[in-house]
Ligand binder design. Structure first.
Ligand SMILES: Cc1cc2nc3c(=O)[nH]c(=O)nc-3n(C[C@H](O)[C@H](O)[C@H](O)COP(=O)(O)O)c2cc1C
Length: 307
């Protein structure tokens, strides 16, 4: 199950019983449920009732969530995020900041960039303290790590912008800092693999980036869209619409790769894995609509075909 913001946290971002029930109910047959994105700093929040992991006072809720997931035999992994320049003043109470200045967004100072990398590291440490088995960095769908990677939003002329090398610097700094706090826990990276826009990032850039992420200690790469978002209109009618990008990345790295996008059919999902296109498949909206999707998939796939 890919991360899907459920709007079940408290206004302060704390885990609620409603949120725990949502995950525990769905997770008993899942290999890897990824808990929805949690903001690492109040300035990185994007909406009300979004899950947060920006303060030690929130650890207790995550402890209960990890315990609930472990009790049904599932691993506990949470996605951590910062919305950067795509949030708004109404949500964070101050002007949003991103890699470059845009209308209603100011440019982050280098000292702030480094502080945000530390916010990610502290958030990861909180997840570990709460008993989580890993964290996923949200580097897709136009969130802050993706904003730095994409030349569409990153117009900086310092060490954090310009060439591909420099645009990868901030997300790689975050991955390295987070890796250090995770000990032996898992580090996943959700990679915005293609902006699907002229002048944006393309799969060639993402292949280079994926190799760097692997070298920085990322254990699993979760391949989705970049600035085009998770459900781009030009692709969303295609079954497995980000699988081609995931497959290209899988060919370039040795760590497992997750594929996602418009997967609703258990046989199709199984084929993607058995044919080696990807190592894991994520099923989002189909699972959201039917919380028995995974049970039904197991039943369908366990019926032996008539010879
Ligand atoms: C309601 C909803 C909330 C989502 N929240 C997140 C999120 O927190 N983090 C993230 O990386 N993607 C998020 N996504 C994107 C999904 O993880 C997934 O990539 C997308 O829905 C495409 O997969 P699908 O076609 O199987 O639904 C969300 C999608 C939906 C529909």
């Amino acid at each position: 199950m890919p991360p899907m913001q459920s709007g079940r946290a408290s206004f302060e971002g704390a885990v609620t019983n409603k949120l725990i029930n949502f995950y525990v109910r769905r997770s008993s047959v899942l290999g890897l449920p990824i808990v929805e994105h949690a903001y690492v700093s109040p300035t990185g929040k994007i909406g009300p009732k979004q899950l947060g992991i920006y303060d030690d006072s929130l650890i207790g809720g995550f402890e209960k969530l990890a315990k609930g997931l472990h009790e049904v035999g599932a691993p506990a992994v949470v996605q951590i995020s910062h919305a950067g320049g795509v949030t708004n003043k109404k949500v964070i109470g101050t002007e949003p900041a991103g890699p470059s200045a845009r209308p209603k967004t100011r440019m982050l100072e280098v000292s702030e960039i480094e502080a945000i990398a530390d916010n990610f590291a502290s958030a990861a440490e909180r997840a570990v303290r709460a008993g989580f088995d890993g964290v996923e960095l949200h580097g897709a769908h136009g969130y802050l790590l993706n904003q730095f990677f994409s030349p569409l939003l990153n117009k900086r002329e310092d060490e954090y912008g310009g060439s591909l090398e420099k645009r990868m610097r901030f997300p790689l700094l975050v991955a390295e800092k987070v890796r250090k706090r995770l000990d032996d826990k898992f580090l996943l990276y959700r990679l915005g693999s293609d902006d699907l826009a002229p002048g944006g990032t393309h799969i060639e850039d993402s292949i280079v980036f994926a190799k760097k992420l692997e070298a920085s200690g990322v254990d699993i790469i979760d391949v989705s869209g970049g600035m085009c978002g998770s459900e781009p209109k030009q692709l969303k009618h295609i079954k497995g619409y980000f699988i081609p990008q995931a497959n290209e990345i899988k060919k370039a790295v040795n760590v497992p790769v997750i594929g996602v996008g418009g997967i609703t059919d258990a046989f199709f999902a199984d084929k993607l894995v058995s044919e080696g296109k990807v190592d894991l498949v994520a099923v989002g909206r189909a699972f959201w609509r039917d919380n028995l999707w995974a049970e039904k998939a197991i039943q369908k796939l366990s019926v032996k075909p008539i010879p």
